[in-house]
Structures are given as C-alpha cells and as structure tokens.
Write a protein that binds this ligand. Structure first.
Ligand SMILES: NC(=O)c1ccc[n+]([C@@H]2O[C@H](COP(=O)([O-])OP(=O)(O)OC[C@H]3O[C@@H](n4cnc5c(N)ncnc54)[C@H](OP(=O)(O)O)[C@@H]3O)[C@@H](O)[C@H]2O)c1
Length: 321
C-alpha cells in the first residue's frame, strides 16, 4: 500500500471517528423545571461544573456554586446571572483538600438553606506528585473522594429532609483501570492510578449510599462525562500533553456536551429505579468490573469512615447489592 493510501485511510478513520463521537454524544432531553429547588455544584466556576450550574440556573433553581477560588466563582456567578437572568445564584467557598473547609461549608449550608434537592460532587483534579494534605491524606484522593464523601454525609439529613433528592458523583471511565485496595487507599500511586482509584472510590461510594438510602427517596448516581475539553488536562506534560493538544479541539467534547450526563442524572424523571447506577452519554451503562466487587465496596466504605474519624452510624444491612 502506498503512502497516499495510508494517509487516505488515516484521514478516513479520523473523519469517521468524529462523526461517531458526534452521533453518540448524549443530550439531556428532560424538560423538568427547577423553580423552588436548590442545587449545589462543586467546582462550578469552570468546565463541566460551570455548564451544569448554568443549566440548573436556566431552569430556575437556586444554585450554589461551591468553589475553592472565590474570585473565579464570583465571575462565574455573574456570567450565569447575566445569561439566565436568574439572580438566585450564590457563591460559597469550599476547598475539598481541607476537611475543615468541607465542615465549614456544610455548616453554612445547614444554617442558610432550608433544602438541598441536588448535590453534584463534580470538582476534581489529577495530582501529579505525592502530596499529603493537612488531614494526612493524598491530595488527589482527598479532592476527588474523601472530601466529597465527607461533604455528602454532612448534608445527608438535609438531603433526606428535601426528598425526593439526588446525589450525583462525577467519576470517570478510568475507574475501570484502578488498582485499589483498602490498604492502598492513602498511598500515592502515580498520577494515573491515584486518579483512577479516586474515581473508582466515588463509584463504590455511590453504590453503598444507594443501598443505605433505598427507603429515603434520595437517589444516587455516578457517571462518566466523556473526554472533555476542560482545564483538567492543564497538569499534563510531555507526550501526554502533546496528544491532548493535538486532539482536543477536534475530538474532545465541549464542556456543554460534557455536562449533559450530569444534568440528566440530576433531573431526568424515571431513572430513580437505577439508583446506585453508573451513566454515560445520558444512559445507564453496565458497572465496571471493579465496581462489581461487594467486598471491595464494603472494605473501602469501612476504611474511609475510619480515616475520616466518622462513626459507622450510617450502616444498615443492604437488601440488595
Ligand atoms: N475533562 C474530562 O475529560 C473528564 C473526564 C472524566 C471525568 N472528569 C471529571 O469531571 C469533573 C469536572 O472536571 P472538568 O473536566 O470540568 O475539569 P476542570 O475544568 O479542571 O474543573 C474542575 C473543577 O474542580 C475544582 N477543584 C479542583 N480542586 C479543588 C479543590 N481542592 N476544592 C474545590 N474545588 C476544586 C476546580 O477549581 P479551580 O478552577 O479553582 O481549579 C474546577 O472548578 C472532575 O471530577 C473530573 O475528574 C473529567
């Protein structure tokens, strides 16, 4: 085969790939109105979180942007108010890398809000080196998992009081490539595995919470948003950065497209029966292989409670896995 044919085949493949990606992108079709509802979105100043918050505000919700950088958060709030004319958009400071900040944030919410209908645990990062937080946990694991875990449990009574309500945990397909045990939960395993482990943890948390909340009408979902053109790739260096820079404009989804599954799981009616399930492109997908391990799920739950010094008062025998 000549060079011309090879180049032609590559070009053809790339065009087909683009068409495939466009055709398989899921869009939230729900027309649900959110007037009277309160939604918290973590990491809402940019990327997927911003687009999801914008959509919730468009639908009339009170939206709380839970962000670590207040300046960026205020800019995002002003933009959302300008675009939606919904003035009921608030900023509250939350740094998931500090458990004290998570506790302060939760206390403020419990004081100021009468209800929380939807909690979106969206904020996330990829940590490129081993770094312990002031709480003695690995930074990447804390921001992506331990912080959202604590936040969710602290807001659980309010979510129950506001039922039917939902908890949305933004994970990643990379959870399927984790190397996770309860023993290595606090160990740094490189950027790739630390990130993947955190994303598997949040899926296992979703499954466990859904079991515990099955009589409370608090529905819990995890999701993979796709591969999205956002700031999350800013930490990449070397050949990985080259790949991202080369393909992101053409082949990655926009942040608006990337927010669709978050929005869908947060508001679509009729999916409640799938509580504990994992979604992609606005559809329920089969659980990843590591997410089908009930022992791992229980071990991680117990170890997390121990690491966060939380009592196991949430426990209840699951009637289903
Ligand atoms: N983009 C993708 O291809 C992709 C794929 C799979 C899963 N995801 C997941 O999707 C979620 C959203 O990511 P994104 O792609 O939209 O990335 P992004 O644009 O980088 O947004 C991440 C958000 O998390 C916030 N954040 C980071 N560290 C925080 C901390 N310590 N406390 C509070 N907030 C913090 C960031 O705040 P700052 O702006 O202040 O940094 C930002 O608002 C993440 O959970 C990510 O893992 C993304």
């Amino acid at each position: 085969m000549g060079a011309f044919h090879i180049l032609g085949s590559i070009a053809g493949f790339l065009v087909l790939l683009k068409v495939y990606l466009k055709l398989t992108t899921g869009w939230c079709e729900s027309k649900v109105c959110l007037v009277g509802k309160t939604v918290i979105v973590t990491g809402a100043n940019t990327g997927i979180g911003y687009e999801a918050a914008l959509e919730f505000a468009k639908r009339g919700a009170r939206v709380i942007l839970a962000c670590r950088n207040e300046v960026k958060a205020i800019e995002a709030r002003n933009r959302i108010i300008r675009l939606t004319l919904n003035k009921n958009v608030a900023v509250k400071q939350l740094d998931l890398s500090k458990l004290s900040s998570v506790r302060n944030f939760a206390n403020e919410i419990l004081k100021s809000e009468e209800r929380v209908d939807i909690l979106v645990n969206n904020a996330g990062m990829a940590s490129t080196k081993s770094k312990l937080t002031e709480d003695g946990l690995q930074l990447g694991m804390q921001v992506n998992y331990f912080g959202p875990f604590l936040l969710t449990l602290l807001l659980l009574d309010l979510l129950k009081k506001s039922a039917p309500s939902r908890i949305i945990n933004v994970s990643s397909r990379l959870a399927d490539h984790a190397k996770l045990t309860a023993e290595n939960l606090t160990k740094y395993q490189g950027t790739y595995y630390t990130y993947n482990n955190s994303k598997l943890c949040i899926i296992l948390f979703t499954i466990k919470l859904a079991q515990l909340l099955e009589d409370d009408q608090v529905y819990v979902f995890s999701l993979h948003p796709g591969v999205i053109k956002t700031d999350i790739f800013r930490v990449m260096r070397g050949w990985r950065k080259w790949i991202v820079d080369t393909f992101k404009e053409t082949y990655f989804k926009s942040a608006e497209e990337g927010a669709q599954t978050t929005i869908h799981t947060a508001i679509a009616q009729g999916i409640e029966k799938h509580t504990g399930g994992h979604f992609q492109d606005c559809e329920l997908i089969p659980p990843y292989k590591h997410a089908q391990n009930p022992k791992l799920c229980l071990d991680i739950w117990n170890k997390t409670l121990e690491l966060l010094n939380l009592p196991n008062t949430y426990e209840k025998l699951p009637s289903k896995y």
